[in-house]
Design a protein around this ligand. Structure first.
Ligand SMILES: NC(=O)c1ccc[n+]([C@@H]2O[C@H](COP(=O)([O-])OP(=O)(O)OC[C@H]3O[C@@H](n4cnc5c(N)ncnc54)[C@H](OP(=O)(O)O)[C@@H]3O)[C@@H](O)[C@H]2O)c1
Length: 265
């Protein structure tokens, strides 16, 4: 008996299904898909969901360079890496085709660009209009595009939850952080909040709960000198997963921080 046949036999014996990459999912094992999962907050989501025993579809725009993800996929049988630039329609079409008819319980729209908050490109007087389209297409439109492409998969899931990782810098009631600069980041996250709020209202009819989560100030790899208010990715993601676990349709369109605090728009 070959190794592949042996695995297939075991899968059948255990009531599992096996996809073309050999990742298997039991009927009881929920599935999460995370965008921008090669580093930072996305990578920590993958680590924690994998540790919980979930089937994890970890997407990144550069699978070949995603060393930390590759190491995780080698050690955790339930992690699969997929190519996805959230602005790329072809990537989304082939991902949707590959996972056609497969449930996704939780879809996490995490991918985002932030740039240099205090740099000239995002400061009044020297705004760089050549970069604003990237901010808008990744941060504002990306979650809408990804969710639309994978909507059928979420509909098939038991949990039916869509998350978009926003930032308080895009929240009017938080005065967009109350500091100058970061124009494109703030504007694109505010637009994302509007897009996701509307998506949340439409998705309710299908029993899908769409919610905006803010992670806190998180000391991810790129933050070289985190201030005293920063928290670790472990703490932030632990808090957000706890919130995701408890979401109900009443949370559709809400903005909830990693620690459970709620914000109006
Ligand atoms: N860290 C914080 O304190 C904080 C606070 C509030 C909100 N957030 C939000 O949390 C999310 C993750 O932030 P982070 O701190 O982990 O940022 P990060 O370390 O800069 O990671 C951003 C991730 O998004 C990916 N990405 C960028 N453009 C993409 C595209 N077009 N398609 C697919 N993936 C793309 C990046 O991939 P590459 O490696 O290929 O660039 C990377 O995996 C973002 O939405 C961010 O706005 C973070």
């Amino acid at each position: 008996m070959t190794f592949r046949v042996l695995i297939s036999t075991l899968c059948i014996f255990m009531g599992a299904t096996s996809d073309s990459y050999g990742m298997s999912a039991t009927a009881q094992q929920p599935t999460v898909l995370v965008t921008g999962s090669n580093r930072g907050i996305g990578l920590e989501f993958v680590k924690q969901y994998a540790a919980k025993g979930w089937r994890v579809i970890a997407t990144t725009r550069r699978p070949n360079q995603a060393k930390a993800l590759q190491a995780l996929a080698r050690s955790e049988a339930n992690v699969t890496i997929e190519l996805l630039d959230v602005t790329n329609g072809e990537h989304l079409a082939s991902l949707a085709e590959k996972y056609r008819d497969q449930p996704i319980d939780v879809l996490i729209n995490n991918a985002g660009v932030s740039g240099d908050f205090q740099g000239p490109g995002q400061s009044l007087g020297t705004l760089d209009y050549t970069t604003v389209d990237t901010f808008m297409s990744v941060n504002a439109i990306g979650p809408l595009r990804v969710t639309e492409a994978l909507y059928g998969n979420v509909k098939l899931g038991d949990q039916k939850k869509v998350i978009a990782i926003t930032a308080l810098l895009g929240v009017h009631s938080f005065k967009y952080g109350g500091f100058s600069g970061a124009y494109w980041y703030k504007v694109s996250k505010a637009a994302m909040n509007a897009a996701v709020y509307n998506l949340a209202q439409d998705a309710l009819k299908d029993g899908i709960t769409v919610t905006l989560l803010t992670p806190g100030e998180v000391a991810v790899e790129k933050v070289l000198d985190p201030g005293p208010n920063f928290i670790s990715p472990e703490v932030s993601i632990l808090g957000m997963i706890d919130i995701i676990d408890q979401l109900t349709p009443e949370d559709a369109g809400a903005i909830i921080r990693y620690n459970g605090k709620r914000y109006s728009f």
